[in-house]
Design a protein around this ligand. Sequence first.
Ligand code: ACM
Ligand code: ZN
Length: 773
Amino acid sequence: MYKYFTSIIFTILIISCVQDKDFRLADYNVVPLPQEIKLTEGDPFILNKSTKIVYQKENNSHRILAEFLSKDLSDITGYTINIGESASTLTNNIFLKNTLENENKESYTLSINKDNMTIDGSSEAGIFYAIQTLRKSIPTSAKDYIEFPAGEIKDFPYYKHRGASLDVSRHFFSADFVKKHIDVLALCNMNVFHWHLTDDQGWRIEIKKYPKLTEIGSQRDSTIIGRHTATFDHTPHGGYYTQDEIKDIVAYAAQRHITVIPEIDLPGHMLAALASYPELGCTGGPYIVGSEWGIYEDALCAGNEDVFSFLDNVFSEVAELFPSQYIHIGGDECLKNRWMECPKCKNRIKELGLHETKEHSLGEQLQSYFIARVEKMINAKGKQIIGWDEILEGGIAPNATIMSWRGTEGGIYAANKGHDVIMTPEAYLYLDYYQSPDVDKEPFTFGWLTDLKKVYSYNPMPSELNADNKKHILGAQVNIWSEYMPTSKNVEYMLLPRMAALAETLWTNPEKKDYNNFVSRLYNLSKHFDRLGYENCKQAYGVQDSIVIDTTMNEIKVYLSTFDNSPIYYTTNGEEPTNKSTLYNTPITINNDMTIKAISGKNKGNPYTKKFVSHKAIAKPIQLKHEPASRYSFNGATTLVDGQLGAITSYRTGTRIGFLGTDMEAIIDMKNETEISSVVINCFVNTRGDLFKMKRLTILTSDNGKDYKQIYNDTYPIPGKDISPMIVGIDAKFPPIKTRYIKVIAESIKVLPDWHKKKGQKAYLMLDEIKVY
Ligand code: ACM
Ligand code: ZN
C-alpha cells in the first residue's frame, strides 16, 4: 500500500516536472517521421552553452554542416553553440561523421546518450537530414539547456525524388525569397526544387545570347484581376534572375542538398519568348507578353529551323548554369491550331511523312517530333529531359522522364514502357487550390479544394504496376502555380503546411503513415514555420467537421473534432464562441437556419464557421435523372439537399454539382404529405467561362411518385456575354399545395451560344441546393 502510494506521488511529481520543463525537452516526433526511433533508459544528453559540434578535420563540407547545426541551435536557444575540428572535453559533444554504410545515400543514424550525441551519415546529405531532425525536435520555446532523450534514430527516405515546384513566371519572386523557399524545402527533407522559369506571362532567366528574352519577355503591362473577369490592373509586372543570381541560388540549394531542376516550357507556353523574338512563331507576330491566365494559341513554330538553333543556344546556357542531371522542357498544354495553319509547319509534316492515325493527330505527331528533337539536343549536352505527361501524345521521346500531372494514368503508362516517372497528380498535389472549405475567408485561388488530409492521403506508388516497373516511380512533387499568388506570403501560405504532408509521404514508410499522428507532429513543426517567419495555414489544428446527411432519418448531423481531442466550444446563433460557450459532446442536428461557430479549447487554428439553411427538403431522399459531370459530382444528388450553399469565390469545392450539356431533373421524396409553396434554386453563372443559368424551371408534384402534375413553369433569358462570376437566384412561388413527391426540372441551355468562344461545346449548369418551403 505504502509503495503504491509513493509511486502515485512520484508520478504526479514527474508529470508536473515534465510540464514545467516542456520548453527544454526535445522530442523526436518530427515531420517527416523517422523510420525508426528507439529510446533507451539512460540519462538524456544535455545541450547547453558548453556543447561543441565536432566535425571531420579539414573537411569544408562538414564544417558547413556544423555551421548549419550551430546556427539552427543558436537561433532557437539564443546562445552560441561552438564548432571545431576536435573535442575539447570527453563529453558534451555533437560529433558529425560520414562512416555509415548504406546504399541509400541520404540515410543517417543519430545516437544520443548522456555523454555525447553522434550523427553518422551515409553521405553528407544523410548528415544534413539528421540535422533537420534535430532542429525540428527542439521546442521553439526552448531556453537555457535542452534535454535530448537517450536513444538511437535510424532514418532514410523512401523515395528518391522529393520535389516542389515554384512558378516564377505568373508572378515574379525575388532571389532572396527563392532562397527562403529553398530553406523550407530543406526543413521538410525535400531534395528537388523545380524552378518553372518561363511561361506566357514572363521569361525569368537571363540568356546572354538572347537579351530581348529578359528586356522584353520579362515584363508585362498589366495583369488580369481574379478569374474570367476581363478586368486588368494596368500595372506593369516583371523581373528576372541574372545568371549570377541563378548560380548563387543553385549553390545555395546544393549546400542544402537540394537539386534545382530548371524548366523552360516549350513548345507552347512561349508567348513571352515570342514577344521578344516574333520570328520564332508561326504567324510572325506581333505578340505581347501574356496578361491573362490560361492557355494561349501561339507556340514555337515546328517548321522553322531557326527555332531549333534558338533552343540549342538557350539550352547550352541553361545546361551550364544548372548541374542537375535533368532539364525540364515542359511540353504541356500546347495547342496545335497555329501549326495546322502554318506553311512551314505543314511543310515539316510533309517532309516527315506524317499521317493522321487513329491514336495520334497530326498535331500530336508534330509535337512528338519537336520534343524528340529537343531531347536529342539536351542529351548531347549530357543531360536528360523531364516533360509533362502531354509529351506522351504522339509517341514518347526515347529517354524522357515523365511528370504525370493530369492524373496518374500517364505516369503508369510511361512506367510500363520503362520510363522514369515523377508523380504530381493535379487533384492531390497542386497547391494552388483551396486548403480550407471556408473559401470566402481564404486567399482567392483557381478553385478546387485540396485540404491537408487529401494531400496526405496520396500514395505515389500505383498498385497497377508490377514490382519491376514500380522502380520507375522516382517520387512525387507538389506544385505551386502562382497565377493567384501575387506575393511571396501567398506562396508560403499555399505551400505550408501541405508540402509537409507530401514530405512525409515521400520520406516515411507508408505503413507508418497515420493522419492524426501526423497532424500532432505537424503542429510542432508549425511553430518552427512561425518562428522562421513563414506564413502557414492553421486550418488543420482547429475544429474539423464531418457532416452526415442521413436521408433515412432525414437529418443532418454535424460531428466536430480536433486532432488532439481538446475540448470544443460552439454557438449556433452566429455569436463568436468562447470557452464559456456550449461544450461540444454530441453531434449537432440542423433543425433551423444555423451558423455553427466553434473553437477548440486550446484555440488552435482559425475558428470553425459553417452556415446551414433549413428547408422542408433537407436530407430527404433525392434521385437524379441525369448524372452530374464526373468533375463536378462530389457527393452527388444529396449535395442538393445538404443545407449548404455555395460560395461566390469558387464553384469547385463540393458545395455545388455541375451538369454538362444536360438538364438537372430531380425527384425529392418528402416522405410524408407536405405543404409547399416555393422552391428556391441558385445558379452559379459565369459566361466568360461556360457556366450558364437554367433557361426554364418546371416543378411538378405527385402523391404516388408516378403521376405528376405541373404546378410551376417559367422561362429565363439566356445570359449575355462577359458575365463575371455571380450567383443568380430563382425563386419559384406557387399557391400552397400538399404533396409527397416533388419533381424539379432545371433546363440547361446545353450548348454554348454562337457568340461564345467555345461555341457549340457543352454548357454547364451549376447548382448548390433545391430549397423547398
Ligand atoms: C500544368 O499544370 N500545365 C503542368
Ligand atoms: Zn509553324
